[in-house]
Structure formats: C-alpha cells, structure tokens
Design a binder for this molecule. Structure first.
Ligand code: G1P
Length: 293
C-alpha cells in the first residue's frame, strides 16, 4: 500500500467560460446528468486510495462545502419517504473522504493554488487533481501513477497524445521513451507552447503525483504563461535537474477524458455519461440516434 493519502484539488477559478451559469454557482457544481463534476473527480481520488482531500477554494464556493457535508433535514425527509436508495446516495457523498478547505484569496495561477496546500500536506508526497478533467470512472490511471511514484521515487504526470493543433492549450512534455509503451521519462516541459513549437504531442492532463520538493520550487517560481505562477514551470525545474527531487515520469492515458471546463467538452461528457447510465442510457441513445439523423 502506498503511503500517499492526500490530494489537493484547486477550485478557486471563477468559471468565466460558463457565465452566466457560474455567477452564483461554482463551475465545479455543474451537473453531468445528476452528479456534479467535482464529485466524479473526488471519486477518482478516493478510488486510488486517497482519503484526505484539500480543496483550495475561493469566494462563492460554499456550495462545494454543502455538497460534501451531511444534510439532516434532507436525510430525514428521504427516510420518511422510504427512499433508501436516494438516502444512501446522498449520505455517501458526505462520507467519501476527509475533506478540508483552504482559501486562495488572491488567485495567482495553478502553481500558486498548489502552494496554498503546503502546510496541510507537510513533507509528504501527494496528488493534485484538476477539477475540469474527468476520466472514465473505474480507470486505474491514478493508481498506476502512484505505483510508479513509489517504485521509482519519482514525480509522475498524466499525459495524453493530442493533435499538434491543440498543443497550445496544454502543458507539453519533451520525453524519452522507456521499455513500457505507456511510460515516458519527461526531460523538459513547456506551458502552452506557441503554435508549431511544442516539444512533442504529449500534453499534460489534470492528474499529478508530486513530491514535497515541489513546494520549495513553487516558492521560487515566477509568473509565466498568462502572468500566472504555473505548476508546469515548477515541474520543468524538476525535469531538467533530477538532483532536486529525482526523475519525472509521465504515464500516457489513452482512455476517455473530458475537459468539462470547455463548453463542447462539457456537452460531450454529458452525452458520454448519459449514454452509459443504466436507468436512462438506452432511451437516451435511441433519442440521440433519431435526433442526429
Ligand atoms: C492546466 C495546466 C496545463 C494542463 C491543463 C490540463 O491548464 O496549466 O499544463 O495541460 O490544465 O487540462 P488550464 O486548462 O487550466 O489552462
């Protein structure tokens, strides 16, 4: 069993891409069918053995705390109605993990958000999950990343192969192959490379297994792409100088992944997850077929 039990999930973003829906509702609470995006991400963490989750939040994020808390009145109502299944469902959300909150009062980028977790994490390795990225439930990506961290004493980043026309939307890795086709050694990284300058078509996606040395590097990392303190820039420092914290590896994820922070990605996630539902999936797919004819 890995010693890694803590995760950090940055959730302070204002969700401007989804305004006006996100004026009063945190973007992480937008539903995919009947479950908010953030719950899929927390379930991903929990299924990889992470039991202590720190949300780095901001203003207007109270709905997140309410979602992962007990709600006595609602529970009593469901119990009176004899709706055990829904009651279990609602109660399970509050019991998923030990959830903590800290505020990122003055958001200065993803690297800064992770740095806000320094005191809570202490000198342990930990996981960062980006709340926009949802993978197929039941996937073993994070578990494999943690195993690789443990066996190589390495920082591990999730990667995905993207079309070169999309590289500018991501952090991109320069890699060396290993004997395992899904594992690469990362030797350099660049955040949001300009068109045509990406070092490869391997893009960083929202799962990271980090060592505590990342905090020391982040403290010295200056604002980069978009004027923000970038996690990618701190990871680059580790990748180019193994002496700081050992090697940096990437695991290439080839399963379904949705960027729910993007309107089209969000709609695709709803169609994908809606189609997989036992209760409404077959009716939904039949309707989709006739709708798209
Ligand atoms: C962030 C990271 C980027 C990564 C991406 C994955 O960018 O900075 O390196 O590739 O998430 O979704 P953002 O999407 O927040 O601009």
């Amino acid at each position: 069993m890995s010693k890694i039990i803590k995760a950090v999930i940055p959730t302070a973003g204002m969700g401007t891409r989804f305004l006006p829906a996100t004026k009063a509702l945190p973007k992480e609470m937008l539903p995919i069918v009947d479950k908010p995006v953030i719950q899929y991400v927390v379930e991903d963490a929990v299924s990889a053995g992470l039991v202590d989750i720190l949300f780095v939040t901001g203003r207007n994020k109270n709905a997140l705390e309410n979602h992962f808390d007990r709600f006595g009145e609602l529970e009593a109502h469901l119990k009176n109605r004899g709706d055990q299944e829904l009651l279990d469902n609602v109660m399970n959300v509050a019991n998923l993990a030990d959830i903590h909150y800290t505020r990122q009062g003055n958001p200065r980028g993803l690297g800064h958000a992770v740095l806000c977790g320094k005191r809570h994490i202490g000198r342990e390795s930990f996981v960062v999950l980006l709340a926009d990225d949802i993978m197929q439930p039941g996937n073993d990506l994070l578990k494999r990343m943690i195993d690789l961290h443990d066996s190589k004493n390495a920082t591990v980043i999730a990667l995905m192969e993207v079309d070169p026309s999309e590289s500018h939307l991501y952090g991109c890795a320069k890699v060396e192959t290993t004997t395992d086709t899904d594992i690469v050694k990362i030797v350099d990284l660049v955040e949001k490379p300009k068109a045509g300058s990406a070092p490869s078509n391997y893009a960083v996606i929202g799962r990271y297994v980090l060592k505590p040395e990342i905090f020391d590097v982040l403290e010295k990392t200056e604002a980069g792409s978009g004027g923000e303190i970038q996690l990618t820039d701190a990871l680059r420092a580790l990748a180019v100088d193994e002496k700081i914290a050992g090697p940096v590896y990437g695991i290439v994820y080839r399963g379904p992944r949705h960027d729910t922070g993007d309107k089209l990605g969000y709609l695709k996630a709803i169609v994908d997850f809606g189609s997989q539902r036992e209760d409404i999936g077959s009716d939904f797919k039949a309707w989709l077929k006739s709708f798209t004819k």
